[in-house]
Design a protein around this ligand. Structure first.
Ligand SMILES: [Zn+2]
Length: 359
């Protein structure tokens, strides 16, 4: 257990015990350390006649590609997104199998390909780099914080925006993030990056992640003790939670369509997947080298405004084609820089999913 950090998160009751000192440590010694700079040469390039870009990145939680309607799951768990003009990536590989690993990794220049936990945690993130290039960044959180990637940047605890109707005792629904997004996008008129960190499908209490109206698949496992439920009940609760994420994401896109005059890029990607009993495994956090694909295949879905595509001379057909190919969390860092038109020596076009789709 001591030698394998990831396995500690496997057994949930114990993960509470192990997590507590870690949190204290994070806000103590580690928080006082200065982060090593990243991309000090970062520059935001502006083209004449091209409007500013608002990029909204949603970091999902514990949603796996296998249950994502847009990616071919037998149940339609993404009915609202299916009606939006989205670009869906069915074959994405995650950097980690838990939030503590995946989130810092997704925002690092190293990624899984050069994975080094210490280096990643002691170096600035993609968000610091974007901020240095002069673009305001806000992290809005309905979960356990940004794991250091937004340290020193504007961050909002979405739970403080919740009202009793969307914040039951079991935790605030992700609707709080929409309130945060609406308020935050009003504050800036130029380029801007907003990250929404979801509670998503955080288990094992999948049934507690969505309001009653989203209980479409029944009966559900209404317990945190998955051992008391049938496989079907677990799937039903998990899929209902995805239905709710689909609603939240589609609402966010509607909000951007209705109230935004800037060019908009919307990226949703989950941090890792989840085992729902396959091979006898539940939850997530197995060591990466032996983790089943259920834990390492998250969905990723984009919505890019027509105006963005036109003004930046992207080919939508090309992006749709690229989406059918394999992708990785490691692509995120370079793709976001590409979308924001930020140049820096740490940007690698080979990892930018859009690089070949600019005319
Ligand atoms: Zn997670």
């Amino acid at each position: 257990m001591r030698n394998n950090k990831e396995i500690r998160h496997l057994v949930l009751p114990m993960s509470y015990l192990i997590s507590t000192p870690r949190v204290v440590f994070d806000t103590g010694v580690e928080a006082q350390k200065e982060l090593l700079p990243l991309g000090e040469d970062a520059v935001k390039n502006n083209k004449a006649g091209v409007k500013s870009t608002l990029l909204v990145l949603v970091v999902g939680e514990t949603v796996r590609a296998a249950n994502w309607g847009l990616s071919g799951y037998e149940r339609q768990t993404t009915p609202n997104l299916a009606k939006q003009d989205v670009i869906n990536f069915p074959y994405v590989v995650s950097c980690g199998t838990n939030t503590e690993v995946s989130v810092p990794c997704m925002f690092s220049a190293l990624g899984r390909k050069q994975y080094d936990e210490k280096k990643i945690r002691s170096t600035e993130s993609l968000l610091h780099l974007i901020s240095r290039a002069g673009v305001p960044v806000t992290w809005i959180d309905n979960q356990s914080g940004c794991k250091g990637v937004c340290k020193g940047l504007e961050s909002i605890d979405a739970k403080t925006l919740g009202t009793p109707d969307i914040c039951p005792a079991t935790g605030c629904y992700d609707e709080t993030l929409l309130r945060g997004l609406e308020a935050t996008m009003k504050k800036v008129s130029g380029d801007q990056v907003v990250v929404l960190h979801q509670l998503g499908n955080h288990g094992p209490a999948y049934y507690a992640r969505y309001p009653q109206a989203f209980e479409k698949f029944k009966p559900v496992c209404a317990s945190s003790d998955l051992g008391r439920c049938t496989q079907q009940e677990i799937f039903n609760a998990y899929d209902n939670a995805i239905l709710y994420t689909d609603y939240i994401l589609s609402k966010a896109i509607d909000l951007l369509k209705a109230k935004e005059t800037r060019n908009v890029v919307f990226i949703y990607v989950s941090d890792h997947g989840e085992s729902l009993g396959e091979g006898g495994f539940y939850l997530h956090g197995l060591p990466y080298s032996i983790a089943p694909k259920e834990q390492t295949r998250p969905p990723m879905t984009w919505w890019v405004s027509e105006q963005y595509i036109k003004q930046n001379q992207f080919s939508k057909e090309c992006l749709m084609q690229r989406a059918k190919e394999p992708a990785h969390h490691d692509n995120l860092f370079h793709t976001v820089l590409g979308f924001m038109n930020i140049s820096t020596s740490v940007y690698d076009p080979a990892w930018d999913l859009t690089a070949k789709c600019r005319k």
